[in-house]
Design a binder for this molecule. Structure first.
Ligand SMILES: *Cc1c(COP(=O)(O)O)cnc(C)c1O
Length: 364
């Protein structure tokens, strides 16, 4: 039996006519950038998150860069970000011209440790980027408290957390702005690259929209040195076809996760911790194992796809040598990079596939 790490096929089979309909609608309208599809998806996504505004952009990295720039964060400023995240959370800070300051995550939730944030604050700190990693929210009440104390902006990285909640409140609504990615493998994915920023701040919404459109507030009138990062009509239409089943897809991920959590019984495998304050959306089902590479090889040899999120922590990446960090600086992030293994998780996984993964791990 083969179980891929991720498959889009069950979703695509279910939504085939909606996706084709979206394609035909855009083709017939013959209008591809900045149009009715973008506008209607932005409205629907803002409503879903419970934010006032949504601006569709080219991808999740741009979403974070543009949110930082719109908040006037740049050269000479520092931004706090977890040491255990996908590199884009950190690259965004660099692209905005600011300096990333890393903070070690918690060993159980994998998310930024709020108790270690204050030690990283300096008089140049302007913002915190909490990353709701693997689909589980950060401890936002503490993070909001610290941000208020030091007058810091919060830009949530929601690229892995579409629909996740913390104490009943949807992630993406805790800070000044939040960045989303609709990369195909995310919980809500386009059929290509796409992203969005959500915010409740009208001035910020206008600025982000202008920044992604060559810095123009109206045609051929440029108030910022912007870039080109917009959500195109085709991707917006595909996203509108998928958004109505996002909750159902997240429920299904929770069902798979629940089976893994209750039926994987191997003392060598540490299951992910679920914070009771959170509704987890399981972008990634991350286990820890001291013999991680051996477990991975074993599962792969049985036809089970796996992944590592992430094998090299940010501070040990070649591109960030200039930050001056060294091995040992973020022991929790380093431990996660050595022991974390991600199991198959996607909408439409069959019971047989889930059984096979569980049985295989229990036999390891
Ligand atoms: C995917 C991802 C991004 C970047 O999104 P793209 O659309 O791929 O640019 C940013 N942050 C995190 C945590 C991600 O997982």
């Amino acid at each position: 039996m083969k179980v891929p790490f991720v498959s889009f096929l069950p979703m695509e089979r279910e939504l085939k006519s909606e996706i084709k309909g979206a394609f035909e609608r855009v083709l017939e309208r013959s209008w591809y950038i900045e149009g009715a599809e973008d506008e209607s998806f932005e409205k629907a996504f803002a409503d879903y998150i419970g934010a006032k505004y949504c601006v569709g952009v080219g991808n999740g990295l741009d979403a974070l860069v543009m949110a930082l720039k719109a908040l006037d964060i740049g050269s000479g400023d520092e931004v706090i970000v977890p040491a255990n995240t996908f590199i884009a959370s950190v690259l965004a800070i660099s692209y905005a011209g600011a300096t990333p300051v890393l903070v070690d995550p918690e060993a159980d939730t994998f998310n930024i440790d709020p108790e270690k944030i204050e030690a990283a604050v300096t008089d140049r700190t302007k913002a915190i980027i909490p990353v709701h990693l693997y689909g589980q929210a950060c401890k936002m009440d503490r993070i909001v408290e610290i941000a208020e104390k030091y007058d810091l902006k919060i830009i949530e990285d929601c690229a892995q957390a579409h629909g996740a909640t913390y104490k009943g409140k949807t992630t993406g609504t805790f800070g000044d702005a939040a960045g989303y990615s609709f990369y195909p493998g995310k919980n809500l994915g386009a059929l290509g690259d796409a992203g969005a920023v959500v915010t409740d701040n009208e001035a910020l919404e206008k600025k982000i929209r202008a920044l992604g459109n060559y810095g123009s507030d109206y045609k051929y009138h440029h108030i910022y040195k912007g870039n080109n990062s917009r959500l195109d009509e085709m991707q917006a239409a595909f996203l509108s076809a998928k958004l109505p089943i996002l909750e159902k897809m997240n429920d299904e991920r929770r069902r798979v996760a629940q089976r893994y959590l209750t039926e994987i019984k191997n003392p060598a495998v540490v299951l992910p911790y679920v914070n009771e304050d959170c509704v987890h959306v399981w972008h990634v089902f991350a286990v820890k194992c001291d013999r991680r590479d051996e477990l991975e090889e074993y599962l792969n040899s049985r036809g089970i796809g796996t992944n590592k999120h992430y094998p090299t922590p940010v501070h040990l990446q070649e591109c960030y040598k200039d930050l001056g960090y060294k091995e040992g600086d973020f022991p929790v992030a380093e431990e996660i990079s050595r022991t974390e293994l991600s199991l198959p998780m996607y909408y439409g996984m069959t019971d047989e596939e889930i059984d096979y993964v569980i049985e295989s791990i229990n036999r390891f």
